[in-house]
Design a protein around this ligand. Structure first.
Ligand SMILES: CC(C)(COP(=O)(O)OP(=O)(O)OC[C@H]1O[C@@H](n2cnc3c(N)ncnc32)[C@H](O)[C@@H]1OP(=O)(O)O)[C@@H](O)C(=O)NCCC(=O)NCCS
Length: 200
């Protein structure tokens, strides 16, 4: 999956209540953290832009816009008032054209990210579980994600959660995003796509 980044674009924001998605059973340490996962609300956009500066503020506003347009769900993990992680869930599959054509009829996870100081405490697992329940509720039978061929730790997490190699081979993803000084930089990574069949 492309890492901590995403598309830029529209900046429209809007109001609207969004449901709490997932507060179900979780590992003990996770419960101690009181993690809540739910779709981003317009009123929370600024906090998300400040907490997750990578990729620039437009990344988050574009995702909120796409959520409001019904294309996606932008899930945020919170520990009390602190946003600690995010996951972008696309109903019609990956943004990457080649991936979408080779991997039809699935919902795609992009940019799963958890803040460094709270990694390894079940938050990434909770974000993925919330995404899976939303996919299941929509009646979509598969969920998938691209993971960089050298991101062994993330791949281990996905495999533990039941994601398997799609067999579609490698994909090269290229993108441009601003660095911390606002200068546009070109990036690329080679990904393998993993899928999980949803239980009916
Ligand atoms: C991958 C990531 C989202 C996992 O979130 P998390 O909250 O740490 O995940 P969980 O606590 O639910 O699960 C822990 C598992 O995540 C994986 N992991 C990956 N990077 C990790 C890290 N820096 N610290 C701890 N676990 C990490 C491990 O497989 C770990 O399993 P293990 O305990 O068996 O080793 C998070 O580490 C992260 O944001 N990494 C940087 C961005 C990234 O690589 N995103 C994935 C792109 S495909």
């Amino acid at each position: 999956m492309r890492g901590h980044r995403g598309k830029t674009g529209h900046t429209r924001t809007g109001a609207g209540r969004t449901p709490r998605v997932q507060e179900a059973a979780a590992p003990a340490i996770d419960r101690m953290l009181s993690v809540v996962v739910r779709p981003l609300r317009a009123s929370e956009l600024l906090a998300i832009q400040r907490t997750f500066p990578a990729g620039g503020p437009e990344k988050h506003s574009a995702r909120l816009w796409r959520q409001e347009a019904g294309e996606a769900s932008y899930l945020i993990a919170w520990v009390e008032a602190r946003p600690v992680g995010h996951l972008f869930l696309l109903w019609a599959g990956p943004d990457h054209d080649d991936m979408r054509s080779r991997l039809p009829r699935l919902a795609a996870v992009e940019d799963l990210y958890v803040l460094g100081d709270v990694r390894g405490r079940g938050i990434g697992t909770r974000l993925l579980a919330a995404a899976e329940s939303l996919v299941h509720l929509r009646g979509i039978s598969r969920i998938g994600l691209g993971v960089s061929v050298d991101n062994f730790a993330a791949a281990r997490l996905y495999r533990r959660l039941g994601f398997l190699d799609s067999g579609a081979g490698h994909f090269v993803s290229r993108w441009v995003e601003p660095d911390r000084y606002g200068v546009s930089r070109h990036f690329s990574e080679t990904l393998v796509f993993l899928v999980k069949e949803m239980r009916s």
